[in-house]
Design a protein around this ligand. Structure first.
Ligand code: NG6
Ligand code: CA
Length: 504
């Protein structure tokens, strides 16, 4: 037993319903944020914004300074997290449309499936962005399947893709929430359908204007990616999305006390469109991007308080991380750049979301272990989110081989702070592009022909170059000095290793 949970005989003297103390296995709450940067939290050195609830997790646990998402965008990162495989192994896992079919094979091993087989009740609340439905895509007006319930979750309450993609409705288990059958939903990512106004044709109706893209159907004064019509009663309210997700998370936690549970709370914050609730509007002094960081901190506080109230905190592991690096202007005129001041979302790392540089994939990772033995620890160990599948399997006491899982490794000793080295090597995937290979203190970026900046407007370096790039991350964490010509044998070695891994 890892956390010294009490035996049944100790904690359950009466006939009362069993309490959490009786559980042998710890609950797992994984708070996965969207586009939150390495420098966006006060616990990671931010001085212009304060995130006390998230920082408290670090004070009571381990803060990792060398942790990576597997990709610089959402869909592939999430694919890796839930399958234990790098997403570039599977075609079609780049940023998914809002009407994409389910990208995860229902027959394969998945993170929630592993935990479910170990007796966990499993739930996902929030952003999905891994497709829904069969090869024809989701049937918004009928049963939406396959989806999370077919890959190992017992409960789901989803933003189907992203906040900036239609349809702007929640899906609970197999159905759109609050859908009026007399007002069916139609969605198209090809052409305009129906007569709802678009940002392109009716910019005068917008409360938040796009800066690039995002000029299709207007929902709640915000034009989105993709066209939709219908489902008026089902449309979400952008200002209360976090409250809705917290509410559903609380309900899931409160109804899961009879067995260990895994809650995957995948926040919309801090992705675009950044629409803070009135409680947070104007509170950061950095405009909506800063305000939704405060809102995210509120979410964490609510979840921790719920666990406390339910007497679950001493048997629940809380993990906090992000799906990819930060972006300032991601397509809406929300003053993120104008009001940034001295705040550095990447914490000074080069690049950002989409990029092959570390700003794309190096993310905050904080783990609060309930035994209290690791308070305030900082770990430099190399960690990849692809390892959560096998690590959680070990945590849940599952002793199975899982032959279809190629990349995930058991990193339990690393996440417990007992191994301070971590992975030998890991791979990062940037937008549309090359892979990077990190081994120890070194990083190699594959050569590729392509634009130097993300072509559609966020002003972020892609990291694309015709020549191989090699950086020493410890001496040069901002990847300024390309050492490829100084260390040609290392380049050859890494290139070969990467080629071999790609074929494995
Ligand atoms: C891009 C969107 C961006 C964001 C991203 C996905 C445009 C111009 N930009 O295509 O706003 O939605 O996709 O972000 O449309 S992610 O975090 O879900 O990967
Ligand atoms: Ca993201």
């Amino acid at each position: 037993m890892i956390f010294g949970c009490k035996d049944k005989s100790e904690g359950n003297k009466s006939d009362a319903a069993p309490t959490i103390k009786d559980q042998q296995k710890p609950n797992i709450v994984f708070i996965y944020t969207d586009d939150l940067g390495y420098g966006d939290l006060s616990s990671y050195g931010a001085t212009e914004v304060s995130t006390p609830a998230i920082d408290a997790l670090a004070d009571e646990g381990i803060l990792f300074t060398n942790a990576y998402a597997t990709a610089a965008t959402c869909t592939p990162s999430r694919y890796s997290l839930l399958t234990g495989d790098y997403a570039w192994r599977k075609k079609g896992t780049e940023v998914a449309r809002g009407d994409e079919s389910l990208l995860i094979d229902t027959k394969r091993t998945t993170l929630p499936g592993v935990l479910k087989s170990a007796g966990y009740k499993t739930g996902v609340v929030g952003k999905w962005h891994l497709g829904l439905g069969d090869e024809n895509g989701p049937d918004w007006n009928g049963k939406i399947s396959p989806g999370p319930l077919e890959i190992g979750f017992d409960y789901s309450y989803l933003i189907p893709a992203t906040g900036d993609r239609v349809p702007c409705v929640f899906v609970e288990n197999h159905h759109v929430v609050n859908l009026d059958p007399n007002d069916p939903i139609s969605v198209s990512y090809k052409e305009k359908i129906g007569n709802w106004p678009t940002g392109k044709e009716n910019p005068e109706l917008l409360t938040m204007k796009p800066s690039h893209g995002h000029n299709h159907t207007i929902v709640n004064g915000i034009s989105r990616i993709g066209f939709m019509q219908g489902g008026k009663a089902a449309l979400w309210d952008d200002e209360t999305i976090p409250m809705e997700l917290v509410d559903k998370s609380k309900k899931f936690i409160n109804s899961s006390k009879e067995q260990p549970f895994f809650l995957f709370l995948s926040t919309h914050d801090i992705h675009v469109p950044r629409v803070a609730n009135a409680m947070f509007q104007g509170k950061s002094g950095m405009g909506p991007r800063g305000d939704v960081i405060l809102q995210l901190d509120w979410t964490v506080n609510e979840i921790v308080n719920t666990l406390k109230e339910q007497n679950l905190l001493d048997n629940t592991i809380i993990i906090f991380s992000s799906d990819n690096g930060p972006v300032i202007d991601d397509g809406y005129q929300d003053q993120a750049r104008e009001l940034l001041g001295n705040h550095k979302p990447t914490g000074g790392l080069r690049g950002g979301k989409y990029s092959a540089y570390d700003g794309g994939t190096k993310v905050p990772l904080i783990i609060r272990w309930p035994d209290g033995n690791r308070k305030g620890t900082v770990s430099r160990a190399l960690v990849s989110q692809v390892d959560f599948l096998r690590t959680f399997a070990a945590l849940a006491g599952v002793d199975k081989v899982y032959e279809d899982v190629i990349d995930s490794q058991n990193a339990l000793d690393v996440l417990l702070g007992e191994n301070t080295i971590g992975r030998t090597a890991l791979i990062q995937e940037s937008i549309r592009g090359p892979l990077s290979y990190i081994e120890g203190e070194w990083k190699y970026i594959e050569p590729i022909d392509g634009p130097k900046l993300v072509p559609w407007g966020p002003i972020i370096e892609t990291g694309f170059q015709m020549e191989p790039q090699l950086f020493h991350l410890k001496n040069d964490p901002n990847e300024q000095e390309n050492l490829a010509s100084k260390f040609p044998y290392r380049v050859i070695d890494f290139k070969e290793k990467l080629t071999k891994l790609k074929k494995s």
